[in-house]
Ligand binder design. Sequence first.
Ligand SMILES: [Zn+2]
Length: 205
Amino acid sequence: MLPDPLLHLVELLARLPGVGEKTAQRFALHLVAERSGTARALGEALAQLGERVKSCARCGNIAEVDSAGQAVCGVCRDSRRDGSLLCVVAKVQDLLAIERSGAMRGRYFVLGRLLSPLDGIGPDELPLERLFTRLKEDGVREVIVATPSTEGGVATALLLARELTTRGVSVSRIASGVPHGGDLEFADQITLGRAIEGRRVLDSR
Ligand SMILES: [Zn+2]
């Protein structure tokens, strides 16, 4: 039987995605046994996480908090980006996957969730007002919707097409090629790059 502090650590580690009970125990035992200070460094890094890393105030990407307490991510700060082009994604992992493809020259907006009536997530639960404000502030002319090809992803794309075309913004959807129902974050860079280049205008009617 493990001592309580170790048991607690195993429980916490096992909550991480892809980490089962066995792996969690292996991690915990490794941290106890190793002598190079990883456990302490890890503890400090985790303790600072909440204060030093936050969601970007503009797009929802992860960002480092600056000395003024503001969190604006590298993409939003990058003045070489095309501000008239905005890519809407479901989650930060998808943003990072698209960034790796190098095919996106605009900026992003992270929804954080997709429409899912069964889970009680309707249009009002999506951060649409924040998105509309962003469009206005940045003078966005085209929105690329890069939500996954799941039921929720498609429904969200159609909702965005309806809402945004009435606001004079052209809405396109990334081309197929991304595995059906598959997660963007697991699509390879070339496939994602092609999906963005081959995007099609979404008909909202
Ligand atoms: Zn940002």
